[in-house]
Design a protein around this ligand. Structure first.
Ligand code: SF4
Length: 234
């Protein structure tokens, strides 16, 4: 199920276009069951949805920018190509993030709570830099990187760090399941709503949405959700 928003009121992204993707019966069903932040990992997806992935890669606004994040194994994510959506490998450990960069995937790292003073740093020759919107309430993705947001740079050789926040933050970087930032607050409400009112043919809806956006738009795919195949198709 796909919900599309032409102008988001999300504090972190700023007023850019965005989407939410959920399963038909379970909100987290498009997220991989292997994701350490998934609060009910047994309900997660086991494989990438090829039809949706093909639509996602093409879903870039005309002369615009599109990016997203995935918790599927970085090795299974497509290499970035000019003009396509950038898919960041969302990593739960520094080692995973370093490995992702070394195989040519742009990577992000969900750092544990109370690590804010550790960044920037270099691990095995790979630089880790904190997301600027993480450090300022008034900074957004729309302002990031002078028109080239860091997460939308597919050929990036540094890792973007997000320090855990939200009510599940204590679980990030531990053996406890959960800690997903989208599990509470307004993002959770939008995401759960996607399950009930989103478009059932998500690939088709996404292609149409990207085409409908004005020239030069920024599109952040999956404020919540991932590229997995829902195990229970509606
Ligand atoms: S690094 Fe930039 S593009 Fe990425 S989430 Fe932070 S503000 Fe947005």
């Amino acid at each position: 199920m796909l919900k599309t928003v032409a102008v988001m009121s999300n504090k972190k992204t700023g007023p850019i276009a965005g989407t939410y993707r959920s399963g038909a019966h379970e909100t987290y069903a498009t997220c991989p069951k292997t994701c350490g932040l998934h609060p009910k990992s047994e309900t997660g997806s086991e494989q990438i949805d090829p039809e949706y992935l093909a639509a996602l890669l093409e879903a870039v606004p005309r002369r615009g920018i599109a990016w997203t994040y995935s918790h599927f194994d970085a090795k299974g994510l497509p290499m970035w190509e000019q003009g396509k959506t950038v898919i960041n490998a969302s990593c739960d450990t520094e080692a995973e993030a370093v490995a992702a960069v070394k195989i040519g995937r742009p990577a992000t790292f969900a750092a544990p709570l109370n690590t804010a003073d550790q960044w920037p740093k270099t691990v095995e020759g790979v630089k880790f830099v904190r997301c600027p919107a993480d450090m300022s309430e008034s900074f957004t993705c729309q302002q990031c990187g002078n028109g080239s947001p860091l997460c939308a740079r597919g050929d990036r050789d540094f890792v973007v760090v997000f320090v855990a926040h939200g009510s599940g933050a204590k679980k990030v970087g531990t053996d406890q399941e959960g800690g997903c930032y989208a599990a509470q607050g307004p993002v959770a409400m939008q995401w759960h709503g996607t399950r009930k009112t989103g478009a059932a043919n998500d690939a088709q809806a996404l292609r149409a949405f990207a085409k409908s956006l004005p020239f030069g738009s920024m599109l952040r795919h999956h404020v919540a959700g991932d590229i997995g195949r829902d195990r229970i198709q509606c």
